[in-house]
Design a protein around this ligand. Sequence first.
Ligand code: PXG
Length: 440
Amino acid sequence: MNHQSLAAHWMPFTPNKGYRAQPRMLTGAKGMYWTTDDRRQVLDMTAGLWCCNAGHGHPHIAEAIAQQAKTLDYAPCFGFGHPLSFELSERLARLAPGNLNKVFYTNSGSESVETALKMALAYHHARGQAGRQLFIGRERGYHGVNFGGISVGGITNNYKAFGQWLPVDHLSHTQDLALNAFSRGLPLHGGVEKANELERLIRLHDASRIAAVIIEPITGAGGVLPPPVGYLKRIREICDQHGILLIFDEVICGFGRTGEPFASQTFDVLPDIMTTAKGLTNGAAPMGAVFAGDHIYEAVVDDAGPGVEFFHGYTYSAHPLACAAAMATLDVYEQGGLFRRGAAGGDIASYFEQGLHSLKGLPGVIDIRNYALIAAVEFEPQAGKPGASGAQVQTAAWEQGMMLRSLGDAIAMSPPLIIEKHHVDQTIGILERSIRQLFG
Ligand code: PXG
C-alpha cells in the first residue's frame, strides 16, 4: 500500500502525519496474535483497545454474527423490539451485581457515559430535585470523548480545545508514588484520606447541587491506577450520606478484567449506575450497555405518566448483530471460565505479576503496578520530552512483535484472558529488551 492511499482516513487519537510515514497495518487476528501486512505475528498484550477479552477471531462469535445478519439484519428499537435484546438483557441482569437489573443499550463506551449522566439527571428531576445538575469526576479519569464524558473526564488534552460544558468538579487522582510505588494489587496506603476529599467538594458546592460522582473503579487510560484499599467504599459512604448517585464507569473493568464479571463485585461496592462496552461483545461488534439500579428505573420510568419516559436512545441501540455477538461472547466467557483467569492471586495473574515486577531496577523504570492482568510500567520523564517514553517503548516492542498501549510516560497492558505462561515469558523478554534499548 503506498502512502498516498492512506491520506483519506483521518485517524482517531493518532499522530496522522507520523502514521502515514510509518504505517502499522493489521490484516488479521487469531487468539493472542495479530497478523501484520508484512506477515509478522504480533502478540496482543492489550486485547485490542482493552476489549477482546476472549482473544481474537473466536469462531462461535463470528458464526453468531453471520447467522444473525442473515436472519434479522436490523430492527429499530424505538417502540418496536426483537427477541434477542430482551434475552440478552435478562442474561446481563443476572450477571450484574445487586439491583442493577435494567439494561440500556448504546454503541460505545462514550455513549454509555452520556446515557448514564442523563439517567442521573432524569432521576433527580423525577424526584423533584432538578437543582442537582453538577457532576464530580476525577483527575486522570477517562469517560470517552463526547461532551459529557470530556467534562467529567480529567485528561487535559481531551478537553483543552473543546471546553467542559457540564457543571463539573474533579476529585484528585489516586496515584502516590511516595506511598505506593511498585504495588501489586490494590495500593495499601491513603485510600480513605483520598476519598474524604469528596467531603470538601460537597462543602464547596453543596450536596443539593450535585447529581452524581462518576469514577472508573480502576483508572484505565489515565495510567492504570487501581483504587487504594478503602477508597471505593468510602466514596460510596459519602455519596449515600448526601443523596448523591454513584456511577461506576466499567467500560474497561467490566466483563472479567478483575476476576468477576464486574469490578463492583470484586471490590464489593455497588454503584447506582454502571457503564460498560468493550468486552461486552469481545470487540467483535460495537456495543455498550448501561446498567441502572431498580430505584433509578422506578423513579424515571415506573413513576412517570404515559408516553416516552426517557427521551434518549440511538438508532443502533440493541442492534441485532451486536446482540448476537454479545450472547455468543457471554457463552465463550462462561465456557472457558475466562472471568476467573482475570482474578488477582489466580495462577496466570500471579505468574504475570511476578514476571512484571521482576523488571524493577531496570534503568528508567520508576513504577510498576498491576491489578491481576491489568498493568502499567512507568518511566522517568526524559529531559525536554515529558510524556514521550511510553510511545518509544511501544514502538520498540512493536518492532519486536508485541503490541502495548502507550500512556504518556507509561505503557499499559491488559492482555486477553486466554493468555498462557509462554506469552507472559515472551512479554517480559520483549519488555526488558525494549526498556534497555531506550534507557541503556
Ligand atoms: N469509559 C472508559 C473507562 C473507557 O476506558 C470509554 C469510556 C469510551 O469508550 P469508547 O467505546 O467510546 O471508546 C473508555 C474507552 C487507551 C484507550 O488509551 C482507552 C479507551 C479507548 C481508547 C483508548 O488505552 N477507553
